[in-house]
Design a protein around this ligand. Structure first.
Ligand code: NAP
Length: 263
């Protein structure tokens, strides 16, 4: 039995993942943490029978009392580094889906994991369709180097661009020269409307209600266009990747980034 603490247990992803973990034979939720919803039974709040595991709001106290092996974190970009520090310094391995981590955050997480001999796994997207989109886009850019990314998420999302868009852009730009795709005489009538610039490629973030996650990688070359799209229509699509990470994280060392590393 892998003993799991779910952090962000009252949120959309926390509840969706907890509802599935509760059905597994080799995993057990020993604690549920969130800044809101304290006192709710994690079984009942996810549509399952009562478990006796109640949502609480103090991560360190929950770790000390329940002794989990892995913290699953789906909280928010402002909270996640503090959560990681607390978990790793208490010897609790981490599986992190929360996005918005910077390069320096990832470096700190790796250093902490190694210092505490406790692994951490981070993925900006746990859906297999997104992993394949990134892989195919990183291949396509070798032959069609002009591209832009358009990512669409629900308006509640705090960080932009999405972690998936940043990971995709990094993978793609590693396979092409750095160059500007802009015409030298181009200008913006409305500042920002050409999107964010990552090594000369543009990333556009759309935030509207009613979307889980959608990303297009659009390539252009004379006389032809190619679009590689991944769309999540339901939070369930993230669970197989999350379950794989929960089962494998204790075998890892330091920081491992990206679901493709586990496939
Ligand atoms: P959400 O519904 O807002 O859930 C986050 C939950 O965490 C909320 O209940 C929030 O409470 C709580 N929280 C905030 N600060 C906390 C803290 N310090 N300790 C414990 N809980 C805290 O968001 P979501 O849609 O579940 O998404 C969560 C994160 O996962 C986001 O960063 C999102 O981008 C990411 N995500 C990743 C993937 C992936 O595949 N990697 C997929 C989907 C989403 P309040 O509402 O009171 O702040």
């Amino acid at each position: 039995m892998i003993k799991i603490l779910v952090n962000g247990a009252s949120g959309r992803m926390g509840r969706a993942m907890a509802s599935k973990i509760l059905l597994e034979n080799d995993m057990e939720i020993v604690a549920a943490v969130d800044v809101k919803g304290a006192g709710a039974d994690i079984g009942i709040s996810t549509g399952n029978p009562a478990t006796g595991v109640l949502v609480e709001d103090n991560l360190e106290a929950a770790i000390k009392r329940t002794n989990p092996e892995v913290m699953l974190d789906f909280t928010n970009p402002q909270a996640v580094m503090k959560n990681i520090r607390t978990a790793l310094s208490n010897g609790v391995a981490c599986v992190v889906g929360t996005t918005g981590l910077s390069e320096s955050d990832l470096k700190e997480a790796d250093d902490l994991a190694r210092a505490n001999k406790t692994p951490i796994f981070v993925a900006s997207n746990f859906a297999i369709s997104a992993v394949l989109m990134m892989r195919f886009a990183a291949e396509a850019v070798k032959y069609m180097p002009n591209f832009e990314i358009v990512e669409t998420h629900d308006s509640h999302k705090l960080d932009a661009p999405s972690g998936t868009a940043m990971t995709t852009a990094k993978m793609m730009c590693a396979n092409r020269e750095v160059f500007s795709q802009e015409s030298p005489n181009s200008f913006e009538l409305l500042p920002g409307c050409r999107g964010g610039d990552y090594q000369g490629a543009r990333i556009h973030s759309i935030r509207v209600p009613g979307v889980i996650s959608l990303q297009d990688c659009i390539f252009g070359a004379p006389g032809q266009l190619l679009t590689i799209r991944a769309e999540s229509t339901n939070a369930e699509c993230f669970y197989p990747g999350v379950a794989m990470a929960l089962r494998k994280v204790l075998e890892l060392e330091g920081l491992t980034f990206g679901l493709d590393k586990l496939l």
